[in-house]
Design a protein around this ligand. Structure first.
Ligand SMILES: [Zn+2]
Length: 300
């Protein structure tokens, strides 16, 4: 069964005028239910990650500042959302959702989180709409608890997974692979185990050629026993922030190839949602929904 982490707190109330597409965290599950891709029983409601779990990844000082709402204005602006206790709580639910999804993935081959992929969060600060790094938290927990030995992070969001890269830069048991827009945010890139920076305007053919060349080779060389997939859909040409030019079909093919390849290699995967900022909310939802449709098609 496809298990999917969801919590009502995922949709965080932003003040009027804030342009982040928070609606997607409600509309996506609704759409998936409505079209029959999933049923209510597919969802599970995570609880919050607790301090010990967060501290395997984040610093005590950063966590303390979040818990006591004492980040500086500059640190808050860097995150990009208005800071409230609810935003911090939300991040803890998302992180725990990704970890729990990872445990379900070990059982069922795949599991997903209707949020997360907050890859711009570093050990000691957040940026780019990311408070906690859910994938890093889940990966560190699995390693710590002996639930995985070698973890591959596949980050295909259009933005580099800079926080994740930095958190794991000294770790031999985590391979970070980020394929992203070379000219896109963040301007200062971190060093992943493998970075592929794509030129502005990259289309389906070049994108998929690169992915299909590289992913099987990583699996062959690194031999992971678990994978996280950050499936951001901000690679499509309709995206306001993306700068790449994939079609929606190309984005779907990206997901299909990634999931099928992991399945063929017997590597369980936990999928976190990642970014998506197309002008039309419908495009964002449709592309994210494709990832779930494919998960059902390929695995169940
Ligand atoms: Zn992104």
């Amino acid at each position: 069964m496809l298990k999917i982490a969801y919590h009502p707190i995922y949709k965080y109330a932003l003040p009027d005028g804030h342009r982040f597409p928070m609606e997607k965290y409600d509309i996506l599950p609704e759409q998936l239910l409505y079209e029959g891709t999933i049923r209510d029983e597919n969802f599970f409601r995570p609880h919050q990650a607790v301090e010990d779990e967060l501290l395997l990844t984040h610093t005590e000082e950063y966590l303390h500042k979040l818990n006591t709402q004492t980040l500086t204005d500059k640190e808050i602006r860097r995150i990009g959302f208005p800071m409230t206790p609810t935003l911090v709580e939300r991040g803890k639910y998302i992180a725990r959702g990704t970890y729990k999804a990872a445990l379900y993935a070990k059982e069922f081959g795949i599991a997903m989180n209707i949020a997360g992929g907050t890859h711009h969060s570093f050990a000691d600060f957040g940026e780019g709409f990311c408070v906690f790094n859910d994938i890093a938290i889940a990966a560190n927990l699995m390693l710590h608890r002996g639930e995985a030995q070698k973890i591959l992070v596949i980050d295909l969001d259009v933005h580099q997974g800079n926080g994740t890269a930095h958190i794991f830069q000294e770790h031999n048991d985590v391979f970070t692979f980020s394929m992203h827009g070379a000219k896109n945010f963040p301007t200062r890139k971190e060093v992943s185990s493998l970075d592929i920076g794509l030129p502005d305007g990259t289309e389906d053919k070049a994108y998929l050629r690169e992915l299909k060349h590289v992913l099987p080779a990583i699996l062959q060389d690194f031999q992971p026993d678990f994978a996280f997939y950050q499936s951001g859909v901000d690679v499509i040409r309709e995206d306001k922030l993306g700068r790449l030019s994939l079609t929606k079909a190309g984005c779907k093919e990206r997901d299909r190839f990634t999931l099928q390849t992991l399945k063929d290699n017997g590597v369980p995967v936990a999928v976190s949602m990642g970014g998506g900022y197309a002008h039309r909310l419908a495009d964002i939802i449709d592309c994210h929904a494709n990832t779930y449709r494919l998960a059902q098609e390929i695995y169940f």
